[in-house]
Design a protein around this ligand. Structure first.
Ligand code: BTN
Length: 262
């Protein structure tokens, strides 16, 4: 039922979705479910979405709250884009989600690598999980979570939702159609070699932290410096306290505020 409606919503935007769409009521994680389908040979652009997740995962091993009404969707990319453009996939996915939010009256910003924020609070996130270069099939699962309807007051001020920002409820399937359509177009651009355009679009939506001090945590490593830019491969370029430039490929970043010393 939901899958059919999503397909119709996509079709009404002129986008005949090219692969199976599976809509589940509850699943542990749509990323895990889709990875399983990928191993069994599911075609590129296969989609799994769920009304709720019992073990939703965020980046860096964090749990992702996944109550009914929010959007939890995963998209399968097989043999995804040329090798050198692959590191940009998570950024381009984040960009697509942020752009789609505009359809609901929400002006979202991006925090490297792909947090989607409004006023510093988290609206949506992307978890890209890949399997390539091994004996099996090459694929990437892009998992996207959007807080559609949760009351921001219930989220302790760290997160927000479309309903909370726009003041009107949104339908998660309408949000799914907007996100998937935008993602399809932006990934098509990536495939056609439009990296520079995409990076510029990403920069234009970034939180305004260039020139400010940030901290990036990657595993046990913690790096502090001044945020300068993102590079061609989507890495975060920072200036270290000793003046050297360093490009960070992955991690959790935050802006340092006065009083964060040490
Ligand atoms: C983040 O930490 O910002 C990424 C959150 C990604 C959550 C989505 S919800 C759909 C998919 N399934 C998961 O278990 N995680 C992703």
């Amino acid at each position: 039922m939901s899958a059919l409606r999503l397909r119709e919503l996509l079709a009404s935007r002129g986008r005949a979705w090219p692969a199976p769409i599976e809509a589940l009521e509850v699943v542990a994680s749509t990323n895990d479910a889709l990875r399983e389908r990928a191993r069994l040979g599911a075609p590129a652009w296969s989609v799994v979405l769920a009304a709720a997740q019992t073990a939703g995962r965020g980046r860096s091993g964090h749990a992702w709250a996944s109550p009914p009404g929010n959007l939890h969707v995963s998209v399968l990319l097989t043999a995804p884009v040329q090798a050198e453009a692959r590191p940009l996939l998570p950024l381009v996915a984040g960009l697509s989600v942020a752009e789609a939010m505009g359809e609901f009256g929400v002006e979202a910003r991006l925090k490297w690598p792909n947090d989607i924020l409004v006023g510093g609070r988290k609206l949506a996130g992307v978890l890209a999980e890949g399997s390539w270069g091994g004996a099996g099939r090459d694929f990437v699962v892009l998992g996207i979570g959007v807080n559609v309807c949760v009351d921001p007051a219930a989220l302790e001020g760290r997160a927000t939702s479309i309903a909370g920002e726009a003041g009107v409820p949104a339908d998660r399937l309408v949000v799914a159609a907007a996100v998937l359509a935008r993602l399809f177009d932006r990934l098509d651009e990536l495939e056609s070699g439009a990296q520079r355009t995409l990076l510029d679009a990403w920069r234009a939506r970034s939180v305004a932290w260039w020139g400010r001090d940030v901290e990036v945590v990657c595993g046990a490593q913690r790096v502090r410096g001044t945020a300068l830019d993102i590079d061609e491969g989507g890495g975060l370029v920072i200036r270290l306290p000793d003046g050297r430039r360093e490009t960070i490929l992955a991690g959790e970043a935050r802006e340092l505020r006065l009083g964060d010393g040490g």
